[in-house]
Design a protein around this ligand. Structure first.
Ligand SMILES: *[C@@H]1O[C@H](CO)[C@@H](O)[C@H](O)[C@H]1NC(C)=O
Length: 294
């Protein structure tokens, strides 16, 4: 009997995957057109310190990896902001799923920084108070972020979703949010100039580098393979900064494919709202093809 059940389970997964792939290929990805907004506004994206300064110290590298994560979060914000008023009635449940995946991404990213990354970096640098400003920035948008999720989770039913109202809530914390997601990158890059910064190639430098690396990997995967991971990868533009980061994060191509296409199959309906296709190329925002929905 368990044999049949397993076979049935596998068959259902295969069918779900086949439907997803068929849908995904039908969802022909057209490049963004200049006359329509894309996911690089209203919040501008972060320039990575490594691209801007060509420095290669551990803090420039750590800040650059953080910038990639922040840019996926900012593209996520922008993709929700731009599409919210144009979502069709039928697409509302899936758009809510997409927007709540973004919320879980931001929330877990924030909690992980406060609980793990900040204390560890503080310890390695031996300097207290280096995150004081960052901590204040976090506080400045948390209430608005909660309102965002409360609105979505307390809708009597998905069809009551009002994109104009969601945008109003987003606008209320946009400036603080945008400021933080840029400012933290320069804060981290500037740690290289602290008197207590580890000297290059010292064991302390290696330890600090390992902290950023391990944390960066964990912060996305721990948040959820079926929602936050596909959200992240489908809002990671491989063409950004002249394609410099096309192979970031480093992982074998079949793993990346599986994370997008198989782990992504659980909520396949959500991902049509993402800013990039499964190859990481920017694509036109899905709901903007329905400009009459306001
Ligand atoms: C949608 O929200 C906006 C902004 O809060 C409000 O002005 C409008 O009346 C709402 N529309 C509906 C149909 O409830």
């Amino acid at each position: 009997m368990p044999g049949i059940r397993t076979a049935l389970f596998v068959a259902l997964q295969a069918i779900a995957l086949a439907i997803f792939l068929q849908r995904a290929s039908k969802m022909t990805t057209t490049a963004p057109t200049p006359d329509k907004p894309w996911a690089d506004a209203p919040c501008p994206l972060v320039k990575t310190p490594q691209f801007a300064t060509k420095k290669t110290d551990i803090f420039t590298l750590g800040a650059t990896h953080m910038a990639h994560i922040h840019n996926a979060i900012l593209r996520g914000y922008n993709s929700i902001y731009q599409q919210a008023p144009h979502v069709t009635h039928e697409d509302k449940p899936e758009f809510i799923g997409y927007a709540q995946a973004w919320f879980r991404f931001v929330k877990s990213h924030h909690d992980d920084e406060e609980l793990e990354l900040f204390p560890k970096v503080e310890e390695v640098l031996g300097t207290k108070g280096i995150w004081d400003e960052t901590h204040k920035e976090h506080e400045s948008f948390l209430a608005g972020l909660s309102q965002f999720n409360d609105y979505l989770s307390q809708l009597p039913e998905p069809f009551d979703f009002n994109g104009t109202e969601l945008r109003r809530i987003m606008s209320s914390f946009q400036d603080a949010f945008n400021h933080h997601f840029h400012s933290e990158i320069s804060t981290i890059a500037a740690f290289a100039d602290l008197p207590s910064a580890p000297t290059p190639s010292s064991p302390e430098a290696d330890r600090a580098a390992a902290i950023f690396k391990a944390w960066g990997k964990k912060t996305v995967t721990k948040a959820g393979y079926t929602d936050v991971v596909p959200f992240f990868l489908l809002n990671l533009d491989t063409t950004y900064e002249d394609g410099t980061w096309a192979t970031w994060p480093p992982m074998p191509a079949p793993i990346r494919w599986g994370l997008v296409n198989i782990a992504g199959a659980y909520h396949w309906g959500w991902w049509k709202f993402a800013s990039c296709d499964s190859a990481g190329k920017p694509r036109a925002l899905y709901a903007l093809q329905f400009p009459e929905n306001k």
